[in-house]
Design a protein around this ligand. Structure first.
Ligand code: ADE
Length: 383
């Protein structure tokens, strides 16, 4: 078997449901999350360890994303009846909503192996060739952060995705030769938080481009209950609501909050988590009742207090906050927009009346700043 540089551990684990998993190893040690990591939807090493045990294995265990589940259920069933691999799938949407989990679920439902890698780790042609060389008929190839594939990697992948062949080039100059190799029919599952950064050529090669949505509070409550029961945490129904309401519509965050309230209860010597304890635990991490953390509130303060409600370019907000603009766009902004606290306009980001109310500012001050903005030159960087 070819050893692929992008899989440092080179370990083959068997996943429940029969899927053999090849995953890149985590580079960070596990540990307590920093405050800013509590709310971040990015996956930490600690998350990765626990999340593997919490992941639903089958579609019927998967909570939420009902539209997307129906599409997958129909297509998986049809592909199995025909004895074919499932068509290629592209999952896109904010981090932490279940793209990796769904890739595992698909492999389990299809009874196939899953090979996992990331866009940036497929840098050279031999990375791709080594990877596709291992594929067997019906396998799932999961490429996370697929928008970060190099151009060379992307072009090598096109015939592999479309016609299940790959062109190998050997030699140099006059001695260059191209050899076409056939591949077994496999399913590519791409995942990205930045659908806009995928070339049209790549996007068009996916049979199913599927967008993951934020979860409702009711769906998150079901997930919190499921997680608490797997982790053996005794949690009262009202405490479940407290955690779900602060989970930013994101299972990864809600599951992290379950672990935080569990630790807090243990620290306080309490056998079970009630609503007051859950609220106290999460307030310690400066998470407010809507799930906003100190960075979110600072972002709103910058918009409202420093720029009269906006519009403000993303680079300006990032520089003022001391965060990089990618993190703002991928991690913070989607939830603030979904909650109706921030609006994206061609001239930049704007605070909404709801944001003024959330920070306890009067909405009449918003009207005044809007009037001023109409006549003054607005901020140029509309990122
Ligand atoms: N754990 C994390 N995401 C989940 C989901 N969508 N359904 C059930 N359990 C989960």
């Amino acid at each position: 078997m070819t050893i692929i540089p992008s899989f440092p551990g080179n370990s083959n684990q068997r996943a429940e449901g029969g899927g053999r998993v090849r995953e890149p190893s985590a580079s960070q040690p596990a540990g307590r999350p920093r405050r800013s990591e509590v709310i971040s939807a990015r996956e930490s090493a600690a998350d990765q360890k626990v999340e593997n045990s919490l992941r639903p294995q089958r579609l019927d265990q998967y909570i939420g994303q009902s539209r997307l589940k129906t599409i997958l259920e129909m297509s998986i069933s049809a592909a199995k009846k025909r004895g074919e691999a499932l068509d290629h799938v592209l999952f896109y949407g904010p981090p932490g909503l279940g793209k990796t989990t769904l890739a595992h679920v698909i492999a389990n439902e299809m009874g196939s192996q899953i090979h996992m890698t990331t866009g940036p780790s497929l840098e050279r042609p031999r990375d791709i060739i080594g990877l596709v060389h291992q594929l067997e008929a019906g396998d799932v190839l999961f490429i996370d952060e697929i928008h970060r594939l190099s151009r060379i990697a992307e072009e090598l992948l096109y015939p592999a995705i479309e016609d299940f062949v790959i062109d190998l080039t050997t030699g140099k100059g006059h001695a260059t030769r191209t050899m076409r190799l056939s591949l077994p029919r496999f399913t590519l599952i791409g995942a990205t938080t930045k659908a806009g950064m995928i070339s049209n050529a790549l996007r068009d090669r996916f049979g199913f481009p599927l967008r993951l949505e934020f979860y409702t509070c009711e769906e998150l409550a079901l997930i919190v209950n499921r997680t608490a029961s797997i982790l053996g945490v005794a949690i009262e129904p009202q405490a479940v609501q407290v955690v779900a309401a602060r989970g930013r519509g994101t299972p990864r965050i809600a599951n992290r909050l379950v672990r935080l309230v569990r630790d807090f209860a243990q620290y306080k010597g309490r056998a079970s988590v009630d609503a007051a304890l859950a609220a106290e635990a999460l307030a310690t991490y400066q998470i407010d009742s809507s799930g906003l953390d100190s960075t979110d509130r600072r972002l709103l303060e910058i918009l409202i207090d420093s720029y009269g409600g906006g519009p403000v370019g993303i680079e300006t907000i990032a520089a003022t906050l001391g965060e990089d603009s990618d993190t703002l766009e991928d991690v913070y902004e989607p939830f603030l927009i979904q909650q109706g606290l921030v609006q994206r306009t061609p001239r930049g980001r704007m605070a909404t009346p709801k944001a003024y109310l959330h920070l306890g500012r009067s909405v009449s001050s918003m009207q005044l700043s809007l009037d001023l903005n109409d006549t003054s030159a607005s901020e140029p960087d509309a990122g």
